[in-house]
Design a protein around this ligand. Sequence first.
Ligand code: NAD
Length: 512
Amino acid sequence: MTPIPDTLAGLSLNPVEPSTTAAADFLARGPKGLLIDGRWTPAADGAEFPTVDPATGRQLAMVPRASAQDAEEAVAAARAALKSGPWAASTPEDRSRMLWRIADLLESHLEEFAALESLDQGKVLATAKFGEIPGAIAQFRYYSGAARALEGTTVPTSLRRQGPDKQIFAYTVREPVGVVAAIVPWNSPLLMAAMKLAPALAAGCTVVLKPAENTPLTALLLGELLLEAGVPAGVVNILTGFGQEVGAALATHPDVDKITFTGSTAVGKQLVGDARSNLKRLTLELGGKSPAIIMDDADVARAAAGVSRGIFDNGGQVCVASSRIYAHRLVYEQVLESMVIHAESLNLGHGMDPAAGLGPLVSRAQADRVDTYVAAGRAAGVSVLTGGKQGGAEGTFFQPTVLSGVAEDSPLMREEIFGPVAVVTPFDDPAEVIEWANDSRYGLAASVWTEGLSNAHRMAAEIKAGTVWINCHSYFSPELPKGGHKQSGWGYENGALGLSNYLESKTVCAVI
Ligand code: NAD
């Protein structure tokens, strides 16, 4: 492993004191609790764990470390709220208004959420403030509308009439799937939670939310606002804690009807087994190794800037990050040059420092993981055109890195690194590059950069991925379904497909 220097080229760590940020009040406010049945409570066994600022290692707060016993209580509260009380009796309009109120409250706390996400996760403030928190708000607004558009169908059947005066009347209704365990990762914590909570609540489900252990804070602030919005007790329960502990307890719980999970493919596969006992419904949003293909007729400057943002934003800790970049040989050198300039223009720094273009990765473990990949690549003869170094006092920073000369079978090309590491490869033949793009166990997303309309749509048809962007990358909106083909997941989030994740269909067939 590379030794950790205290400083890196471009690292001007100017840590921002949490007490001077918009998150100060939340951080100073009393002990943090689990939200179970509408009340804040310590973990049943009193256990806690610290959550830290990854840039400095400084503790931000202690939060409860939930166990299976807390999962038991939270699931019981969610079940009770589903069966009776105000939520069970709520109308689509009630739920719609509730979701809109949540969005309004989030909006009025936008600065606070953005600061908290930056401090807890490391991301630069602007990413949270202008991207992820507004994205979370948009989820609640979109599903506020969708809550009022839950429709079944009437179905003409071919069944024979039972008698001269009898008719068959059949229809379908949509019903909430029940108690949902929502398990989310640390890369975009509030946004990932909102992508699950908003449609689940629109459908009438109740939820136990488990944020990632590295980034529990925005979920807890959200919990405060859910109570303020009037979400009835037990409808949303929030358990901070570890995946192998409370996460696994939720995943195997016999009274959980559905798991909605965003995270790694490895844990997703584990959940397939966990869901088996009572055949829980399962939505899996998993890892990726997304290709970006830059054709020779592309607007190269725009393409290079787009794929650079695609891999360096949020330190590459983005499921759809453009981690494999294929550039036509005629534009390859130009793409490399622009990407190197883009990478070197990003100042490493504390996420709350306005001068920072890139914050730390979420943890030392994550930065070590990235370093291990890059070090192995270097040993195998890969060219490091810029970056490639880990650093900072806590070893959590990693320079934006551009690599070339990476073999197709290299782990750098095949595995999800989840760091700011771009692998750039030239191609000559568009048919061959599609094969390379599809030669992956993942199928989450891809982008094609070209000014040729037919090229673009032909390639979009041939690429095996849940999303294909043309002349853009990482563009999301609640209207646009998002999901993974192959080992990138099961099911879709966003849009009407996202809502149907939380609904069962019931057919009623009557002789009348
Ligand atoms: P992770 O799989 O390690 O953890 C995700 C969540 O699962 C965390 O809350 C964790 O505590 C919990 N968990 C871990 N083990 C568990 C278990 N045995 N049972 C139940 N819960 C368990 O993922 P991560 O490292 O937090 O996040 C990074 C991964 O998430 C990357 O692979 C990334 O691609 C993926 N991701 C995917 C999408 C998408 O939409 N496809 C979006 C964001 C992130």
